[in-house]
Design a protein around this ligand. Structure first.
Ligand SMILES: NC(=O)c1ccc[n+]([C@@H]2O[C@H](COP(=O)([O-])OP(=O)(O)OC[C@H]3O[C@@H](n4cnc5c(N)ncnc54)[C@H](OP(=O)(O)O)[C@@H]3O)[C@@H](O)[C@H]2O)c1
Length: 289
């Protein structure tokens, strides 16, 4: 296999083993790539065997030390097996709970119960499981970086996206609590809100019937503030090499500068043509005002 050597100044994470959950595509794949390009040995995971294998191949082709395994983060035994695989590669000291899912767009009153449960299983239980297996390793060795992914809703309510938004609010509170508990131990707990990232999570949406029209504005919003996964993953190296508690892309300043830059670059017009795949569920019940 052809490999490209890393430049020495990029080797800041050399000797560190990093696990990234939900890394077969999207932001997780980009995060694994960013850590790997800085010398970390990366362990990828997602629910699809083929998806993980393809992602590992792509990173190895770049010269990154990558491996991976199938892992549903809602399943504790599978998350434990992921940790064990990582421990077999060297000292484990970066764990990113990135796996996440968005849920059906529409009012909570008619949200499909199994869909809501799926969001809770991945975003809440998955984040707990990842933290529960990584933290004992970190605390015993006296160092390690745990990163949890925040998202829309981490700071307040978002109508029609209650499952996702509430789960991310939970992730924030959970992460801040872990940070309190880890104080003075040498272990660092970070939160990352990458802002809008152009991935399947945004581009492939399921809506309750009657609510899909409200999604038309999403393309404009993505046109103004969306980032490519590699761009959004860039701050991860700073986060795990610093004492920063959290990284948040959409600060007020970036809302203005990034939005303005994209308008000037004509990206908004292009974004309007970007495909948004919306699957519409059957009529759930009476419309809300
Ligand atoms: N995209 C955005 O604009 C945005 C904004 C803020 C925060 N975030 C957060 O960033 C994270 C990544 O999102 P993304 O946009 O990259 O999503 P994505 O493109 O849909 O990718 C999600 C990844 O997670 C995996 N996954 C889903 N459920 C899983 C589970 N139960 N166990 C293990 N792996 C699972 C998927 O693979 P399989 O389906 O094969 O398992 C895939 O690899 C999420 O936590 C999301 O909330 C995203």
């Amino acid at each position: 296999m052809r490999t490209r050597p890393m430049a020495p100044d990029q080797d800041i994470l050399h000797g560190r083993v990093a696990v990234v959950t939900g890394s077969s595509r999207g932001l997780g794949f980009a995060l694994a790539g960013a850590l790997g390009r800085h010398g970390a040995t990366v362990v990828l995971a997602a629910r699809s065997d083929d998806g993980v294998a393809a992602a590992v191949r792509r990173l190895r082709a770049e010269g990154i030390a990558a491996s991976g395994r199938r892992c549903d983060t809602a399943n504790l035994a599978e998350v434990e097996a992921l940790r064990d695989e990582a421990l077999g590669l060297g000292p484990l000291d970066i764990w990113i709970n990135n796996a996440g899912t968005s849920g059906v767009y529409g009012p909570t009153a008619w949200t499909p119960v199994e869909d809501f449960t799926n969001v809770v299983r991945t975003n809440i239980l998955g984040t707990f499981h990842g933290s529960r297996v990584a933290l004992p390793v970190f605390l015993e060795q006296g160092h390690g970086d745990l990163v949890n992914l925040y998202g829309q809703g981490d700071l307040g309510p978002v109508a029609l996206q209650n499952a996702y938004a509430s789960s991310k609010r939970w992730v924030r509170q959970f992460t801040e609590t872990l940070r309190l508990e880890a104080k003075g131990t040498g272990v660092r707990v970070h939160g990352m809100n990458p802002g809008l990232v152009e991935t399947a999570l945004l581009g492939r949406v399921t809506s309750q019937e009657g609510y899909q029209k409200r999604l038309s504005g999403l393309q404009v919003v993505v046109g103004l503030w969306g980032q490519k996964p590699d761009e959004a993953a860039r701050p991860i190296v700073d986060l795990v090499t610093s004492n920063a508690a959290e990284f948040r892309f959409l600060t007020r300043r970036r809302m203005v500068t990034h939005g303005l830059r994209n308008v000037l670059a004509g990206r908004l017009r292009k974004a309007n043509r970007m495909p948004l795949e919306v699957t519409v569920l059957e009529a759930p019940g009476p419309s809300l005002p």
